[in-house]
Design a protein around this ligand. Sequence first.
Ligand SMILES: Nc1ncnc2c1ncn2[C@@H]1O[C@H](COP(=O)(O)OP(=O)(O)OP(=O)(O)O)[C@@H](O)[C@H]1O
Ligand SMILES: [Mg+2]
Length: 347
Amino acid sequence: MGVEVQIEGLSKSFGRQVIWENVTFTLPAGEISVLLGPSGTGKSVFLKCVVGLLKPNSGFIGVGDVDVVSCSEKDLYEVRRLFGVLFQDGALFGSMNLYDNVAFPLREHTRKSEREVRQIVMEKLDMVGLAGSEKLLPGEISGGMRKRAGIARALVLDPEIILFDEPDSGLDPVRTALLNQLIVDLNAQTDTTMLIVTHDINTARTVPDNIGMLYHRRLAMFGPREMLLTSQEPVVRQFLNAQRHGPIGMAEEKDADELAQEQLAGIKLPPLPPVVLQLMPSDGRPRPSQHPPGEWCRRNGVTPPPGSFEGDVTTAPGPVPRETRTVPALADPPLYGEQQYGGRHHG
Ligand SMILES: Nc1ncnc2c1ncn2[C@@H]1O[C@H](COP(=O)(O)OP(=O)(O)OP(=O)(O)O)[C@@H](O)[C@H]1O
Ligand SMILES: [Mg+2]
């Protein structure tokens, strides 16, 4: 079983720039979680804090019985071995070919023979579709290939926790679909705790068990996938449905004038689209950490949008309904006023 990661009261600033404050949630062991948020809200900074590469100003990051924020260098070195990390830019060594890049963590952290190293490296390169490219340098391959090499490197130590920073950016739609399947299959086989930062709404809607969202220097919400997909909270709803209308603008926050104008113009948001089924492992059997479709909604008395949990997510979902404009302005549907989820949420 993977390892739980507990985040409590975490805050991070650079000088006087507050990135986020008082972030509290738990990545449940063995589950897949997605972290969303507009560009610049500090998702990459958050991942770097979790692996101890950046120091938060305050708070607690519990991994096993270690607090990453306050532990010794020695404990940090040990705890880092539990993690596989794909950084946003791939972070490959430019002067090493792909083989040596992927072999690097094995040579650094294990005493495996070169024969064993070769077997693991070739297996992981094959897994991400890079068999045959092992002699190439990072500068000689496409952005998507670098991304996939970074994924192979994140997997070589068979980590307990994997952090992926936009694994799908720069990948074509077919490879994104294949990567999502790879992530789900990997989770089914290994029970690794996973956190994926992505801007891909289809990935966010279909892959994870939990979704979190950073917005406006705080964690807007974190909880089971069904909770966020049925949420009427304006920021969550706008983001997960890729809508123009709502609190998020081109600059991170729209100004109050613009919001007031939208309200005057009588923008009425379309109904929420159906909650699609979660992507299943290739063998068709649910992952150990997977919850039955509709379970969260039933337990919490939430009626999901009509058509939810029907159909097959291996085919792309239909287009999200367009915003509609009605005059005069009608009151928005009532908000459910969900609480931010902190700590464990299933039960
Ligand atoms: N080492 C650093 N020193 C100072 N400021 C930093 C540092 N790293 C990041 N920042 C700032 O922190 C903020 C959040 O950056 P971050 O890269 O985490 O955003 P993000 O949510 O990952 O965005 P994107 O979706 O575009 O990748 C930005 O304003 C960035 O300039
Ligand atoms: Mg980022």
